[in-house]
Design a binder for this molecule. Structure first.
Ligand SMILES: N=C(N)NCCCC[C@H](N)C(=O)O
Ligand SMILES: O=C(O)CCC(=O)C(=O)O
Ligand SMILES: [Fe+2]
Length: 320
């Protein structure tokens, strides 16, 4: 975030989606208008909502419900897909097992990563080799596929915004796209003898995301996500039903030479209700050529390899 934003913009991306696979998209006024709005949002806040994204609300709701039902199961059931180094860090982690800056987070989650078969990324990739076990596979998988396509199209708008060609983040140059999906549950504040306990517990401590772009599907009745602006104030990112919250990750900060920032955010669930969210992190694998973009000039960052960044995080994020 480069500014003291006080709210997060909402962008209707339907004109971009209508032309996202058209070879002449860069000449379309509707697409260019969306790219201008994306550029402003990425520069000022690093966060934006998207509407007009075409993913049915019923599907987004269904995925949240599947997630909620899973977390309602007794621990022994959930532990059947327990995450460990042996599962390639895929699966269920209980409340307090994920840590942010040394402090246990008050959330439980299922972490999924694109399947990595043995040897794909040599020694580096070993940590993350494995395949997923998900609760009620179909809706989660369906939404993942829709979100992957959506993320690719939004990245086309962002590539244009940066002055590159629309497919800057795709194909040979970018490598085989990687994805991460997290199904997350945050317990609410409970009331004992009329007094709230656990108020201001940190559901997820302040962090930036690791990839290019994150899409977040959050419960539509609980306000818990907060985003930090330039002065250090925490700005609320309340649910906007039917939208995704999107934010820039560390890889895009690097590829854009710092033009766009991966903004710090955190989650505090001070509601009495249990909150569910589903995040999708999308990224390219290989370093991209940023020199063709508007971000030209003094190079502020060294070469970035997403795999190295991700794995260093995975290895320090857990209490086991
Ligand atoms: N894959 C992503 N981006 N996950 C975000 C989780 C952030 C919390 C994590 N403990 C951390 O400290 O980064
Ligand atoms: O649950 C949320 O609102 C945000 C989760 C988040 O920041 C993450 O998974 O990286
Ligand atoms: Fe995050």
């Amino acid at each position: 975030m480069a500014t003291d934003f006080s709210s997060i913009p909402i962008i209707d991306i339907s004109p971009l989606l209508a032309k996202a696979d058209d070879p002449k998209m860069a000449e379309d006024p509707g697409v260019l208008e969306v790219a201008t709005q994306l550029d402003k949002a990425c520069t000022e806040a690093g966060f934006f909502y998207v509407k007009g994204h075409g993913v049915p609300d019923t599907l987004l709701k269904e995925v949240r419900e599947v997630t909620r039902k899973f977390f309602e199961l007794p621990y022994e059931e959930k532990a059947k897909i327990k995450m460990s180094p042996a599962t390639g860090f895929r699966g269920y982690e209980r409340i307090g097992e994920n840590i942010t800056q040394g402090v246990p987070d008050m959330h439980e989650a299922i972490d999924c990563y694109r399947e990595v078969t043995k040897g794909t990324y040599g020694d580096l990739g070993k940590v993350i080799e494995g395949s997923n076990e998900w609760p009620q596979n179909p809706p989660t998988f369906e939404v993942l596929m829709e979100e992957a396509d959506l993320a690719r199209k939004i990245m086309r708008g962002i590539a244009l915004a940066l002055g590159g060609s629309p497919d800057e983040f795709e194909g040979q140059r970018a490598g085989n796209p990687f994805w991460v999906m997290r199904l997350i549950g945050y317990p609410g504040v409970s009331s004992v003898n009329g007094t709230n306990v656990l108020e201001n517990d940190i559901g997820c401590g302040a962090h930036t995301d690791y990839g290019l772009l994150t899409l977040l599907n959050q419960d539509d009745d609980i306000n818990a996500l907060q985003v930090r602006n330039l002065s250090g104030e925490w700005i609320s990112a309340p649910p906007v039903p039917g939208s995704f919250v999107c934010n820039i990750g560390d890889m895009l900060k690097i590829y854009s030479n710092g033009l766009y920032e991966s903004t710090l955010h955190r989650v505090i669930n001070n509601n009495s209700k249990y909150r569910v969210s589903v995040t999708n992190f999308d990224t390219a694998v290989e370093p991209l050529d940023t020199h063709k973009t508007r971000a030209n000039g003094n190079k502020k960052f060294e070469r970035a390899v997403y795999g190295e960044h991700l794995i260093s995080k995975v290895l320090t994020n857990f209490l086991f």
